[in-house]
Unconditional design. Structure first.
Length: 312
């Protein structure tokens, strides 16, 4: 599929191209809940089938199945500079893997309430995990020990369904089932502010690549945009007909993308905050989107498929 759009901006015409460049059907034996880029030719995927897979996009083949979880994998993250990948599962374990040797480095028993979504710090030393009691737990990748607990305000200590480090390493954000986003200082662990803007659970949070903006998607079908220097919402967009499950920003900050229970992936212009394209190739809810280099985007779904797109 190849789409060319012409959009008039300040009396000048700019062209945008959106196309599917790769498809992996039946990537897993069950729904695929998360995906991340490793480099421009490789991605990882995590599934309800209890495995994580490393994919070579040039051959469309899986180089390695990382197995060991006893329940579905709900969240994965990767730190390419150190070749470290982490996975979090319903079995309450966080597993740390070496992508070069393709071996398990460490297995962390996070107990039944201490992990759900995960995010690796910019320096590759720490994993932040959201939890069912609302706290954010920080784990040392080297030792596997819990080194700090970040606590939201008392009223917001509800199930945190998502967590993200800012690319500059200064902030950690999480979203709660009560619709509130909590932001912490990543160095001190201090709670900085609570951000409102959603009527239902916040399912996903993501920082712009320059770490100035925070995007959040919710079960209320909206995406809120926050300036980290302000307690107020600076923008909001809508267009999905069901829950927003994932959001991510392109490396050049020109786009952000969202995925939803409505089976679609939407690409938004970061400047105008208008939806510039909708991909509707998935046949079930789309759990995750992730931008890679050169404005390439990957998505994964309960339909077990993975799509790679080019957005320019």
């Amino acid at each position: 599929m190849f789409i060319l759009l012409q959009i008039k901006k300040n009396k000048k015409t700019s062209s945008m191209v959106f196309e599917i460049i790769n498809t992996i059907e039946n990537a897993h034996e069950d729904g695929v809940w998360d995906t991340k880029w490793v480099d421009e030719n490789h991605i990882i995927t995590g599934s309800v089938d209890e495995t994580v897979k490393l994919w070579d996009l040039q051959s469309n083949s899986s180089n390695k199945d990382f197995s060991g979880h006893r329940w579905g994998v709900v969240s994965i993250d990767v730190h390419p500079a150190t070749n470290i990948m982490a996975s979090s599962s319903i079995d309450s374990f966080i597993k740390i893997w070496d992508l070069e040797s393709k071996k398990l480095v460490k297995s962390i028993n996070a107990s039944p309430i201490d992990t759900w979504a995960i995010s690796i710090s910019d320096n590759g030393e720490t994993i932040a995990s959201s939890s069912k009691n609302g706290n954010i737990n920080l784990w040392s990748i080297e030792s596997g020990e819990k080194i700090q607990v970040l606590e939201p305000l008392e009223a917001n200590r509800k199930f945190s369904m998502c967590v993200a480090y800012s690319p500059n390493g200064q902030y950690i954000a999480c979203g709660s089932v009560n619709g509130v986003i909590s932001v912490f200082d990543a160095q001190t662990g201090k709670h900085i502010r609570a951000l409102d803007g959603h009527a239902l659970s916040v399912r996903c949070v993501s920082f712009s690549k320059d770490s100035t903006l925070l995007y959040a998607g919710s079960e209320d079908k909206h995406i809120s945009i926050h300036d980290l220097n302000s307690p107020h919402v600076v923008g909001a967009v809508s267009g999905h007909s069901s829950w927003v499950l994932s959001v991510d920003c392109s490396y050049d900050n020109s786009f952000f993308a969202t995925s939803s229970s409505d089976n679609t992936v939407k690409v938004w212009d970061s400047g105008s905050r208008q939806c510039v394209h909708t991909f509707d190739s998935h046949e079930d809810q789309v759990w995750s989107v992730s931008f890679g280099e050169r404005n390439r985007l990957v998505s994964c779904s309960d339909d077990r498929s993975v799509y790679v797109y080019h957005c320019q």
